[in-house]
Design a protein around this ligand. Structure first.
Ligand SMILES: *Cc1c(COP(=O)(O)O)cnc(C)c1O
Length: 458
């Protein structure tokens, strides 16, 4: 490893950068930020001992100044488009659902203009922002009432805090989940103020486990969709319907965290059934929560549907004010829900459903063109093959479901799949490593031209 002692100070680099004619006149705070970033990059490269890093103080100062010049000229926003060739349709780290065109237009309009966010256009008085989407959500789910917050985690916290603060919520050990991104049910429950009452065992839960746990302090019985894991083998489970029946006998409401929350039957796309919100509501559950940006295919949001009296309590909670959605989210959600209600061809208008429903033949038809583009861009040193593979829904929906797909595999005699992945990342293309190759899954790629970029193959 080259010695980090050769690293120049920020001030040294800043002086050098500010002498460059192309950087003259920039705000000091901006220039300093860019210098810090460039220096961090050089430090990382030194630690990794990458070739091309000249471990000489003057050369580093010069390299930093040139990197600052490049990044200032590029002026890239922090959040930038990438190509999702991972095969994961709802990739949380890549922003989950791609919005429908009509939702994108609605967001743009709401961003550009004043809107009737909380303004009743008929009476001229203050309105309720939930009213923008509530009727549509109820029409699509059969619920009496609905409210919307920033994400499903917020929906769960808000519902629990509104309905069970300081009291007990009964949950099966088989549903004590942690999903990615630090959503752990026991922690979420603790923060909500509700007390977790764990019952049953990891693999087997019976009706009497819930019934025996109900006492004077019980506020809710809760079911949680296990999302990205499955209990298999010697198992038993209490259905939501049966749980609602137990609750009814004892006068206790049932809440379900449904996670992904499909609004329609995915069977029409050849996918196994994921629970549909309307069916869950129809069981008589008091509250069902789900995400806006998973199978629904809309913006990040948490939807809470259920009985009016319970939703009213949730809306009156001061936490609702802290967790409410902004106009852009509501614009996108409203437009997405309108598609569900009005579109004659939802499966092609909503990108999430379009990607999930794509036939293997359609995906395969893109592959030769992608292969040719990459062959031309990467040169003969790289081997590029079309392979059969499998993609995933993502975000905890249908975790065991493998969707047959076609990928383009890129390998090189001397470069590891990891280093090929890094090369593609520099071109903002995110793929995956499988079968000892870097693969580009074409399920979520619609235009092969996205691969017509310049690669730095060093
Ligand atoms: C995804 C998921 C959440 C979290 O939803 P976000 O919208 O990401 O906040 C909570 N519970 C379950 C069961 C989930 O699948």
């Amino acid at each position: 490893m080259a010695s980090l002692r050769v690293l120049p100070s920020i001030d040294e680099c800043l002086r050098a950068a500010s002498l460059m004619p192309t950087l003259a006149g920039l705000r000091h705070s901006y220039l300093k930020l860019m210098v810090q970033r460039a220096l961090t990059g050089v430090r990382k490269a030194l630690i990794a001992d990458e070739k091309g890093v000249d471990a000489n103080r003057a050369a580093i100062v010069d390299a930093v100044a040139r990197e600052v010049e490049r990044s200032v000229a590029a002026d890239e926003p922090a959040l930038r488009p990438v190509v999702n060739a991972t095969g994961v349709v709802l990739h949380t780290n890549l922003g989950r659902a791609i919005l429908a065109e009509s939702a994108i237009e609605a967001v743009e309009e709401a961003a550009r203009s004043a809107v009737n966010l909380e303004y009743d256009l008929e009476s001229g008085s203050r309105g309720d922002r939930d009213a923008l989407v509530e009727d549509e959500i109820c029409a699509l789910t059969g619920a009496e009432a609905a409210t919307v917050v920033n994400n499903n985690a917020a929906a769960v916290v808000l519902a629990l805090n509104s309905l069970a603060d300081g009291r007990e919520v009964v949950v099966s050990r088989g549903e004590m989940i942690e999903i990615g991104g630090s959503f752990r049910l026991p922690d979420v429950m603790a923060k909500s103020g509700a007390r977790l009452r764990e019952v049953a065992t990891t693999n087997r839960t019976h009706s009497r486990d819930y019934a025996d746990a109900i006492g004077a302090d019980t506020a809710l019985l809760m079911k949680v969709h296990p999302s990205n894991y499955r209990v298999v083998g010697f198992t038993s489970d209490v259905t939501l319907k049966d749980l609602v029946e137990i609750g009814r006998e004892r006068g206790i409401e049932v809440m379900e965290d449904l996670g992904s929350g499909a609004l329609i039957d995915l069977g029409q796309f050849g996918l196994p059934r994921e629970p549909i919100v309307s069916e869950r509501v129809a069981t008589g559950a008091g509250i069902v929560t789900f995400s806006g940006d998973k199978l629904l295919g809309g913006p990040q949001a948490g939807v809470i549907v259920g009985k009016r009296a319970l939703i009213d309590r949730i809306k009156r909670n001061p936490l609702k004010r802290a967790l409410r959605c902004d106009k852009l989210t509501l614009a996108a959600l409203s437009a997405t829900l309108r598609l569900y209600l009005r579109s004659a061809d939802l499966a092609s208008e909503l990108p999430t459903l379009r990607f999930l429903g794509r036939s293997i033949g359609e995906i395969r038809s893109l592959a030769p063109r992608v292969r040719d583009i990459l062959a031309e861009r990467l040169g003969p040193e790289f081997k590029i093959e079309i392979v059969e593979a499998s993609s995933a829904v993502g975000s905890g929906a249908l975790p065991e479901q493998e969707l047959p797909t076609v990928a383009v595999a890129v390998t090189h005699r001397a470069k590891s799949p990891n280093s090929i992945a890094a090369m593609f990342r520099r071109a903002r293309i995110i793929g995956r490593i499988a079968d000892d190759a870097f693969q580009l899954d074409l399920r979520t790629v619609e235009n092969p031209a996205v691969f017509a970029v310049s690669f730095i193959t060093d």
